[in-house]
Design a protein around this ligand. Structure first.
Ligand SMILES: *Cc1c(COP(=O)(O)O)cnc(C)c1O
Length: 389
């Protein structure tokens, strides 16, 4: 059956997740210009890091991207050439690419259906098998996907047992809670992202956070070209140009002040979709694990094509014709050409979520009218496919 045409197109394209400035950013940017702190040192950087330290209770360093933060984080955990690092297969490539930067090899593990995140039981079996073979991975990357925390207690317990350090990739989960505790500071190193599509943005940036203050200082040192003390350009370690600029830190600073508002808005958008689809069969909001507080960074749904009437690709096409951007849930990394040949434990859950999962527009700047238009088109897609069936 060809995909039917929607009855209406929205006058402008409705993107999935766009930057949403609050008005508090410009004064900080202005200050940076007026004081000429236009590079990688300055008061906005200090204030941003202080604000994160206040909120999360751990020291941190602001960086040029979340990917850079993962790179430095994995280096702190000792990952080097030939080392294996566990990464959940259902995530964005940026969770795994830094393993390659360090010469390591990602080993992928499937998701659990209850949270779509790293399956603690598969991890447990994998680590116990590897321990008995004497080849434990160097580190585990835990991703809090789409704004929902992984089930950290069993994950941290088994990693502790085998003394494998944990990096939390909380790029999509700024403000997410696990059992009333903020994610990002529960493992050994945590990472946030301020990329343009994330819940708050500095237009591009990231942050590394850890209770281990010496590690944070080391990351700061590496992020600024690993300059040893003295004026004669002394270097004893390999560095990077990964520091955030003071201008962008001003944007992040203003954005952080409205984070809690943004979280409430993202959740409200997800729940508005959920409620509107309550009587539409075959479309359901992703699980909201009872152990946590899910910020619902992207409103993500699973389809049962037989009941809903369209499969994921058909619905994506239908909505695109209506000027609505949607995407499949992440394509599992073990199915990417880049990682062909990498080991993957399981994988069927992630493949199914990629096949049936769809992310709907979730920008906090989405107006109620815009969201209503999207809701109506999804309902129309269902109804048209019933007529054609
Ligand atoms: C966005 C994202 C990153 C990378 O962050 P950048 O700031 O864009 O480099 C890493 N991991 C996940 C899961 C992400 O969604």
């Amino acid at each position: 059956m060809p995909v039917p045409e929607p009855s209406e197109r929205f006058p402008k394209y409705l993107y999935m997740s766009v930057p949403h400035m609050s008005g508090r950013e410009m004064p900080y940017v202005q200050e940076a210009f007026e004081s000429n702190w236009l590079s990688s040192v300055g008061p906005n950087l200090q204030a941003l890091e202080a604000a994160f330290q206040d909120r999360f209770g751990a020291p941190c360093v602001a960086l040029s991207s979340g990917t850079a933060a993962i790179h430095l984080g994995l280096r702190l955990l000792g990952v080097g050439p030939g080392d294996e690092v566990v990464v959940p297969t259902l995530t964005f490539a940026a969770s795994a690419n830094p393993v390659l930067y360090l010469g390591g090899t990602p080993v992928f593990i499937d998701s659990e259906p209850q949270s779509w995140n790293l399956d603690p039981n598969l991890l447990k079996d994998f680590l116990s098998k590897r321990a008995s073979q004497g080849r434990l991975p160097k580190a585990v990357v835990v991703v809090h996907l789409l704004g929902q925390s992984a089930d950290l207690d069993p994950i941290l317990e088994v990693c502790n047992q085998y003394e494998v350090p944990v990096l939390e990739d909380a790029a999509e989960a700024l403000g997410t809670l696990y059992k009333d505790k903020a994610v990002g500071v529960l493992g050994d190193v945590g990472v946030f992202s301020f990329n343009g599509n994330k819940i708050i943005t500095s237009t591009g940036g990231g942050l590394l956070i850890s209770k281990n203050a010496a590690w944070v200082e080391k990351a700061r040192f590496w992020s600024q070209q690993a300059r040893d003390p003295g004026i004669n350009y002394l270097h004893s370690e390999m560095g990077y140009n990964y520091r955030m600029s003071n201008v962008l830190a001003g944007i992040a600073r203003g954005q952080l002040e409205v984070l809690d508002e943004r979280i409430e808005q993202r959740r409200a958008i997800a729940f508005r979709y959920r409620d509107a689809f309550e009587h539409i069969p075959g479309i359901a909001l992703m699980p909201q694990a009872s152990y946590g507080f899910h910020i619902n960074w992207l409103s993500s749904f699973t389809l049962e094509p037989d009941v809903f009437g369209m499969n994921q690709r058909e619905l994506i096409d239908f909505l695109k014709q209506a000027n609505v951007e949607t995407r499949p849930v992440w394509k599992p990394l073990h199915t990417q050409k880049l990682f062909q040949g990498n080991e993957c434990v399981g994988g069927a859950v992630a493949e199914d979520l990629n096949k049936r999962g769809i992310c709907l527009p979730s920008s906090t700047s989405l107006s109620p009218e815009e969201q209503l238009f999207i809701i109506e088109r999804v309902i129309e897609a269902h109804e048209l496919s019933q007529v054609h069936a």
